[in-house]
Design a binder for this molecule. Structure first.
Ligand SMILES: [Zn+2]
Ligand SMILES: [Zn+2]
Length: 343
């Protein structure tokens, strides 16, 4: 079978590799679609920390169940051969302190497909059935977006947002759009901040953000005060992964408010303790997602409460991806989300 192997930074090749055979507790799946994430593009460019080469990237997956060996059936009652499913790419031990709390998204031994272990840019792979999430009525195209949106839904679930609550989302890239969708599912009033008018327009038109603020053109703090009766939003969700922006969140949140860092950055975040204490801010990190978040996204897509219109801007086959990958790293190509069609 064919596999797209990232041999080292800036060198991706399409290789012929042996077909995988499932172990006793695994099933064989055929890859249909793989979403391309910022992580994959950073890995391509060699600026993804903790990344080892060679690696088959790809963790945003829509796959079809091909074979469930007899021994794996007792773990696979939720899927059958032929089913099209999403894949939770966060392999977890099930035993550590985080897993025992149900926080499999931050397992001590967490291995993400396509990052710490080989992912989906190949025709087939094997996986334990517990990672497969039934697609319901969601199309194959939309299924490849479930992981991306789940990241936002997870942060929203952690925030315990209430209906009508004023929420500021900073950053309207793919992760930010998932955050906005998650907030609208919970009927929050969503204010979005970004410097890119195209992204703001998408946030309003498709993700149904209530208000947007153009950071380069408007006085942000003043606008926030106007929009919240002089009180600031009670919840700020950062989806920029930009240290400076993340630190600004402490200024943008109300007294007694919450800040959620969905985006992450390889840097130190510092803040004024008097400000932190005066406002009695609650700060949350949000990492990856769990099966519950995947199910919530699938249900939102199934009922069409969440629209994916125009989210995928680029598609390619495995063969074409070899040449397209370097281009998707360039902002001028206008990529929001690229998807590789495998099978
Ligand atoms: Zn991703
Ligand atoms: Zn664990």
């Amino acid at each position: 079978m064919k596999a797209l192997v990232l041999k080292q930074p800036n060198e991706m090749v399409l290789q012929e590799v042996p077909n995988p055979t499932p172990k006793q507790n695994e099933v064989l799946v055929k890859v249909l679609r793989v979403g391309v994430c910022g992580t994959d593009l950073h890995a391509y460019g060699g600026n993804q920390p903790f990344f080892s080469y060679p690696r088959i990237v790809g963790h945003e997956l829509a796959v079809q169940v091909v074979e469930i060996p007899k021994e794996a059936r007792k773990y696979a009652s939720h899927v059958k051969e032929g089913d099209i499913v999403a894949v939770l790419p966060y392999l977890h031990c099930g035993k550590c302190i985080a897993c025992r709390m149900g926080k499999t998204n931050c397992c001590i031994e967490l291995q993400c497909l396509g990052v710490h272990t080989d992912g989906g840019m190949r025709e087939y792979f094997t996986i334990q059935p517990k990672y497969l999430v039934p697609a319901g009525k969601v199309s194959v195209e939309d299924l490849a977006l479930v992981e991306c949106f789940s990241i936002g839904f997870h942060g929203v679930r952690r925030s315990e947002v209430k209906p009508e609550e004023n929420v500021l989302v900073v950053g309207a890239g793919p992760i930010g759009i998932g955050v906005i969708h998650g907030l609208k599912e919970r009927r929050a009033r969503v204010i979005v901040l970004d410097v890119n008018e195209k992204r703001l327009e998408y946030a309003r038109r498709v993700a149904k953000a209530d208000v947007t603020i153009h950071a380069g053109k408007e006085a942000v703090e003043q606008r926030l005060l106007e929009l919240t009766g002089g009180e600031y939003p009670t919840l700020v969700m950062d989806a920029t992964g930009n240290a400076k922006q993340m630190m600004e969140s402490f200024n943008f949140v109300s007294q007694g408010g919450r800040v959620v860092f969905v985006g992450l950055v390889t840097a130190d975040i510092t803040f004024s303790d008097p400000l932190f204490h005066r406002k009695e801010i609650t700060l949350y990190a949000s990492r990856n997602a769990t099966i519950e978040d995947f199910k919530n996204v699938i249900s939102a897509l199934e009922s069409r409460r969440v629209s994916t219109e125009g989210f995928v801007t680029h598609t390619a086959s495995l063969e074409e991806a070899v040449h397209q990958f370097p281009l998707w790293r360039k902002p001028e190509t206008g990529v929001i989300k690229a998807v590789v069609k495998v099978g």
